[in-house]
Design a binder for this molecule. Structure first.
Ligand code: ADP
Ligand code: ZN
Length: 732
């Protein structure tokens, strides 16, 4: 065999294509597909990833400088998917890979080495050592077969010296094996009582089993109301895939990735010895690296993870589940702006896998694909065990004078629920005490100097904070506008709501869950555990409380302000409102007792609110799809958002005008070039921002126009950066 001479390397740098490098003979054995390497780039060295190897030499090619001493990060069949993804989102492949890899593997520092664990076993039975502790240890090991050091540490105080002595005496043998760092390792597995699938579950499973047996790409939408047993369908479909020797990838929104969920998967598959790896951003570097390695080596047959797990390097993926597929958090907001659900479909297509998208409130675009037959629709219309969906009452706030943020009907309901000893959940999609503070004499508000948006008042910390750039400052004592001192918080966030509740119900146990109270590792798990144990009467929170959790004790859900998402300046505001209301309502009545939901709103007739109250997805879908069709928004039109950001206001706006003109000259009649216009956040983190929106009813002409962008980008003035968002979700 001729040793490969040329390596195609995705260099982690803003280059549109991978580069070729010579493989020095002394590195030939280590330069394999998936290896992380150091390569010369211009006058520096850069990190890169080997995508391909070929035999043909070329002239004047530079050589790979170094190979990282670690196993390959992915196999050859992963490369086409990665390249397609990078190409679709117009992102440099090396940078895309760096984004996809766990922190600690994508950079230029060596990966944390794997952790090892010692195992002990009896060698020479019959010999009786002198010490009592030695005898106890031996007896314990003899009765357990092979025992790990950590088990022994749990059973005996400081066993290390004694163990070493017993090994020296030849009574014990010792071996070492890799032990993945795993935050869920010590967690006790929940009970997994066997259930009989309902007829609807059984029908869905039969369709999935047929697709898995066929082994071709097959996309499904599992539309099931909250509590209808979707997870049970995932678990059983995954079991069928595993039975065929395939692997499973499960994507969940970051906030839903709780120990509860991971435990459910591990409990189901623990008996069959199937490894379940977990990938998400809350892990430490070491934990993520270990999980990635378990996946790459095939040691884990099931991978559960948030967004970036769509890139997990599973060698034989047979099924990809995307739970809560409508969730906005599947879209990466900066840099490599991929959508994990869309990439799951692409990956499934390339791997010939079954793709199962699950949701109670599918994205309109996803439902449309099912309606036109591109995706097979499976439905679970009823909750399991004949549990009913909660009754939703709308509380019309028009004409009610509020003392705080809670209207009398919601206060009364909370009072009654407390008296009955049951749990309540309150959603207010805004953290902090008040969204802004205001001078009541002259109307001056206080804005972030970097972002020009109002600063949120955080009472506990006595700080005004910017929720975009984290700028913070103590509150002003006098108004910069009029010199007055009557400055008060306006509106309410979760912090104020919790305070109002405490005043109204002094004896209640009230907790708050939002990004402020869960920023430290483990804090969210603590709140969830207290909630499950019944140690919280009222849980207040942002959308974090709305999604995914299964709190059997919650019988009352209150939505403080349904209009806050509805009034957002975005064509998806109705979609977001409908889905958030449905999801949060679904938190009520999941246990033995029925649930009740109260929604405060000033827009009770709006279809997103009215349909959510009736649990009427199709009614909502009909209105939403008509609106999309009329304005040629997705799924009837495709969008690309171009954002120009720079420190200099004039240079940035000039660059935007220049780029728009260039695009207009290059475009065909099929693609509209809208703008340039200042971004809704026209200043962010100190940068001035302009946007140009490209809109087309078909993708190919849009992609062709983007081909011109590299040329146009080179003509931009220095200091103005162009970023590109294909299929944007937010256009802030
Ligand atoms: P979803 O994911 O649709 O919200 P889950 O899968 O979490 O619903 O199911 C809700 C609860 O019902 C879980 O506790 C689950 O174990 C239980 N469950 C699911 N399917 C059945 C069934 N066929 N019979 C009885 N209980 C079921
Ligand atoms: Zn800011």
């Amino acid at each position: 065999m001729i040793a490969p001479i040329i390596a195609t390397v995705a260099v982690a740098a803003p280059l549109p294509q991978p580069l070729s490098y010579l493989v020095p003979p002394e590195l030939a054995a280590e330069v394999v597909v998936g290896a992380r390497v150091r390569v010369p780039l211009g006058r520096r060295n850069a990190t890169g990833f080997v995508l391909d190897l070929a035999g043909a030499p070329a002239e004047k090619m530079r050589a790979i400088a170094e190979v990282f001493p670690e196993p390959p990060l992915f196999a050859a069949d992963f490369v086409p998917f990665l390249l397609r993804a990078a190409d679709y989102y117009r992102y440099p492949p090396g940078e895309a890979l760096r984004t996809a890899l766990p922190a600690g593997l994508g950079g230029s520092t060596a990966a944390m080495p794997p952790r090892h664990e010692q195992h002990y076993r009896i060698v020479a039975a019959g010999m009786v050592p002198a010490g009592a502790k030695q005898r106890q240890l031996l007896a314990y090991i003899a009765s357990h077969g092979e025992v790990t050091a950590s088990e022994l540490r749990a059973a005996f105080p400081a066993p290390q010296t004694t163990l070493r002595r017993l090994v020296e005496l030849g009574l014990l043998s010792e071996r070492s094996s890799e032990r993945p760092r795993d935050p869920f390792f010590a967690q006790p597995l929940p009970a997994d009582p066997p259930v009989t699938p309902s007829p609807a579950q059984a029908a869905a499973l039969a369709a999935l089993a047929a697709a898995l047996a066929a082994g071709f790409f097959a996309p499904f939408l599992l539309q099931g109301v909250t509590g209808s047993g979707k997870t049970e369908v995932y678990l059983r479909a995954i079991a069928s895939a595993l039975a065929q020797g395939k692997q499973a990838l499960v994507l969940v929104p970051e906030i839903a990735l709780t120990p509860q969920l991971v435990g459910r998967f591990r409990a189901r598959f623990a008996g069959s010895g199937v490894g379940v790896a977990v990938l998400h951003s809350g892990l430490s570097d070491g934990e993520r690296i270990d999980a990635w390695r378990q996946v790459a080596t095939g040691a884990a047959a099931i991978v559960i993870g948030a967004r970036s797990a769509v890139f997990a390097p599973l060698p034989r993926v047979g099924i990809i589940v995307v739970d809560e597929e409508h969730e906005g958090s599947y879209k990466q907001g900066e840099g490599f702006r991929y959508h994990a659900r869309d990439l799951a479909l692409l990956r499934g297509q390339m791997a010939g896998a079954t793709v199962l998208l699950g949701s109670a409130t599918p994205a309109v675009t996803t439902c449309y694909r099912a309606m036109i037959g591109l995706t097979t629709l499976l439905r679970l219309d009823q909750r399991v065990l004949a549990r009913t969906l909660p009754a939703v009452e709308l509380v019309d706030l028009r004409g009610i004078a509020l003392a705080g943020v809670l209207a009398p009907p919601l206060l009364t309901a909370l009072q009654e629920n407390l008296a009955a000893g049951e749990q309540s959940l309150l959603l207010l999609n805004r953290r902090g005490f008040a969204p802004y503070i205001l001078c009541t004499d002259c109307g001056t508000t206080f804005r972030c100097p970097n972002c020009e948006i109002t600063l949120t008042w955080h009472q506990g910390r006595r700080q005004l904070r910017c929720h975009y750039c984290d700028y913070h400052t103590p509150p002003p004592e006098i108004c910069s506008g009029c010199g007055g001192s009557r400055i008060f918080p306006e509106g309410a966030g979760t912090e104020r709501l919790a305070e109002e509740l405490l005043a109204a119900f002094p004896a209640a146990r009230i907790a708050r869950m939002d990004r402020d109270t869960t920023s430290r590792r483990g804090t969210q798990e603590k709140i969830l555990a207290r909630m499950l144990a019944g140690d919280i009467d009222i849980l207040v929170g942002t959308q974090m409380v709305a999604k995914g959790h299964d709190f059997p004790g919650v019988t009352l859900v209150g939505v403080v302000n349904a209009d806050s998402t509805l009034n957002f300046p975005d064509f998806r505001s109705a979609e977001r409102t409908f889905s958030l209301l449905t999801q949060v309502a679904g938190r009520a009545g999941r246990g033995e007792l029925p649930g009740r939901v109260l929604v405060q709103t000033r827009a009770p007739e709006h279809y997103a609110v009215a349909c959510a109250a009736r649990h009427d997805y199709l009614g909502y879908y009909e209105q939403e799809i008509a609106f999309r069709r009329e304005l040629a928004y997705p799924p009837f039109g495709f969008l690309v958002n171009l954002v120009l950001a720079g420190n200099d206001a004039a240079a940035t706006s000039r660059a935007a005008a220049l780029l728009a003109t260039g695009l207009e000259q290059a475009t065909t009649a099929d693609v509209e070039v809208l703008g340039p216009a200042p971004c809704p956040l026209s200043r962010l983190r100190g940068k001035h921002r302009w946007q140009i929106l490209l809109k087309s009813q078909r993708r190919p002409p849009l992609q062709r126009l983007l081909d011109h962008l590299d040329g146009l980008r080179r003509r931009l003035p220095k200091g103005v950066v162009l970023s590109l968002d294909v299929d944007p979700l937010d256009m802030l």
